[in-house]
Ligand binder design. Structure first.
Ligand code: PEP
Ligand code: MN
Length: 338
């Protein structure tokens, strides 16, 4: 529930209400505005709680949050959120373009991609060091060595870096090198992993599972938020559909619904949806036109040699062309590059 305090309620009055809410076993999220304080009381609520809180001194109104996710909902936080990743802003009119290889394969290749995407106008770098692969025999990523390469490239080209963490036991390790943690589509409902990244102070990119609803997705975001980490960005990367010409079906409807129901920024990943590089640019533009706050795109210096997702990786020149289209669209939409 949202507890709206009377205008001018003093600190002692607010503290007393907070204390009572905590005694009810609920967690408190304070939002202190210029004129009034709103207290988010989150947890399992009994029907009688609202009445009890309403009777406390200084409380003007109590409003239930109807959505099953609370902290992620627009009811809780009507304004768009903005997430800062190493100085790059995502959301509230700031559009991020994250680009890089699917997986880090070697230092030279990663540096070449980082340089080319930087020159083309990307504002963040991506790359996997821990890869969740369908086959246990497929390339699983370079692990810590890959993280070191990402850190070097990030620092050299001034591009904050996002990389996936697949295992709760590796969260601390990945935090040492990354600016943002990615939760991959396959792990969207790995609740232990979500709670662990929620305990860190790193921004989190939460991909939507290929068979999950927007509600499932926002419930997963809630796991992270409820641990205290408010810096969550959502990423739509395509759902399982019946079309065989694409790898997954990019769901622009989900982008729209997520932005309606939640204050969290939403970006799109046209690469994993398309599965083929020739489809990536148009899907990217469709995602931005639907209101997405940015893109994450796979780019490789030599896609035919890529150890992972080469078919959907753009060449440097294709990425440069895409950035030209992105700039034109952002100008139409009145948005800025993050
Ligand atoms: C990736 O970003 O390389 C990746 C594995 O994405 P997803 O989790 O969306 O499949
Ligand atoms: Mn990939």
């Amino acid at each position: 529930m949202l507890v709206i305090m009377q205008q001018g309620a003093g600190q002692a009055t607010i503290d007393h209400v907070v204390e009572r809410i905590e005694q009810l076993g609920l967690r408190v999220h304070l939002s202190q505005g210029e004129f009034r304080t709103i207290i988010g009381a989150i947890g399992e609520e009994l029907a009688s709680y609202q009445e009890q809180v309403l009777s406390l001194a200084g409380v003007e109104n109590v409003v239930p949050i109807m959505k099953p996710y609370k902290l992620a909902s627009r009811e809780f936080h009507p304004e768009d959120s903005q997430v800062d990743v190493g100085g790059v802003k995502i959301g509230r009119g700031q559009c991020v373009v994250i680009a890089g290889p699917c997986a880090v394969e070697d230092r030279e290749g990663c540096a070449a991609v980082a340089q080319s995407v930087k020159e083309a106008g990307a504002t963040m770098l991506r790359g996997g060091a821990f890869k969740p692969r369908t086959s246990p025999y497929a390339f699983q990523g370079m692990g810590e060595e890959g993280l070191k390469i990402l850190r070097e490239c990030s620092d050299r080209y001034g591009l904050p870096v996002v990389t996936e963490v697949t295992d709760p036991r590796n969260v601390e390790l990945v935090c040492r090198y990354a600016d943002m943690l990615q939760i991959g589509a396959r792990n969207m409902q790995n609740f232990v992993l979500l709670s662990e990244v929620g305990k860190t102070d790193k921004p989190v990119l939460l991909k939507r599972g290929p068979s999950n609803t927007v509600k499932d997705w926002l419930m997963s975001a809630e796991y992270i938020l409820s641990e205290g980490n408010q810096r969550v960005v959502l990423c739509e990367r395509g759902s399982k559909g019946f079309e065989t010409e694409v790898r997954f079906s990019l769901d622009v409807g989900a982008v729209v619904v997520a932005r309606h129901n939640s204050h969290l920024p939403v970006i799109v990943d046209p690469s994993h949806a398309a599965g083929r590089r020739e489809l990536v640019a148009e899907l990217a533009i469709a995602g931005l036109a639907a209101g997405a706050d940015g893109l994450i795109v796979e780019v490789h210096d030599c896609p035919e040699k890529a150890r992972c997702d080469g078919a959907q990786s753009l060449t440097a020149s294709m990425f440069t062309d895409l950035m030209g289209q992105v700039r034109q669209l952002l100008a139409c939409l009145g948005k800025d590059a993050g």
